[in-house]
Write a protein that binds this ligand. Structure first.
Ligand code: ATP
Ligand code: ZN
Length: 283
């Protein structure tokens, strides 16, 4: 049995639960408890505040955790990054009132900076030989300059909208984060096997994300060109059609390239193109 700590509520909760569902681990969310047993997998979920997850994993209360890389870095706890999960992307930046002129890191010399991430900020300031007063605030850091609690802030930014609406501008992007799977001490053989199964399933979920399944009819004469356009996993599947001179081709493409490929396939005579979602890809 493995135990995994995830955020009980907040920005990472939904995606963490969705990821576990996606890899076939069912969690009964109606019973919102501190500790939940997965229905069909030897995994126990510990639902906690995200700030506590690095410590919970480093002291062995849970073998695994899903948390933002920012919290891992800030905590300074000794945990391993087992996998990057591709959600919860954000950065931690320095921002100042938009009317101020920014002159580089030395701007912060002697200034008061409000943040919930004092350790990451200190590392940045030390690197640039700047001494500033760090005001630790949890909660709405972005209002600190307007409230005259600080001259600048060091806070999480994802789109930048919150900064603008508080009359601030982002001047230094310091730390990039996303949700990561973390692990602690060496696992027992049994738990190693469970973790391997989890990682295998996460990998296939990642591969299938951003892929579409394409089906179409193409003239036999266009097969060579079509194969060049659609390399697929190994190579595309081609099946003869009852209509002479035509075949059906199946392949997988990156969603990013979907419309370019469709245009190119139409140009070589493809017809009846069907685009389907991919649920899983097992490489
Ligand atoms: P908790 O109550 O669990 O302590 P919290 O208020 O500290 O929650 P959330 O706001 O739920 O935290 O954010 C959790 C994590 O989500 C952050 O640490 C960060 O890794 C990630 N994240 C992604 N985008 C954003 C964003 N725009 N603002 C805040 N966090 C974000
Ligand atoms: Zn938190």
């Amino acid at each position: 049995m493995l135990r995994i700590a995830i955020q009980s509520k907040g920005r990472l909760n939904e995606d963490s639960v969705a990821l576990l569902k996606e890899i076939g681990i069912n969690i009964d969310e109606s019973k919102r408890k501190f500790l939940v047993q997965a229905g069909n997998f030897p995994l126990e979920l510990l639902l906690v505040r995200d700030d506590d997850i690095p410590q919970i994993v480093s002291n062995g209360t849970a073998e695994l955790g899903i948390v933002g890389l920012n919290e891992v870095k800030e905590s300074g706890k000794d945990v391993k990054i087992v996998d990057k999960l591709g959600f919860g992307a954000c950065r931690i930046s320095l921002a100042i009132p938009k009317t101020e002129e920014y002159t580089g890191p030395s701007y912060f010399e002697g200034k008061r900076i409000a943040t919930s991430y004092p350790n990451i900020l200190k590392e940045f300031l030390d690197k640039h030989g700047v001494s500033a007063k760090i005001e630790v605030i949890t909660g709405s850091v972005e209002i600190a300059p307007a409230a005259d609690i600080a001259d600048a802030i060091f806070d999480i930014v994802s789109s930048g909208g919150t900064l603008v609406s508080n009359g601030l501008k982002e001047v230094e992007k310091v730390f990039w984060s996303e949700a990561v799977l973390i692990g602690g001490a060496e696992l027992s053989e049994e738990n190693k096997a469970i973790l391997e199964e989890i990682l295998f399933r996460i990998e296939s979920a990642k591969v299938s994300k951003g892929k579409k399944y394409l089906l179409m009819n193409i003239p036999e004469s266009a097969i060579d060109e079509a194969v060049k356009l659609l390399p697929a996993l190994r190579s595309p599947t081609i099946l003869p059609l009852a209509a002479k001179g035509w075949c059906s081709m199946h392949s997988v493409v990156d969603t990013k390239e979907l419309w370019t490929k469709i245009r190119q396939l139409k140009a070589i005579g493809a017809e009846g193109i069907l685009v389907l979602n991919v649920d899983k890809i097992i490489p």
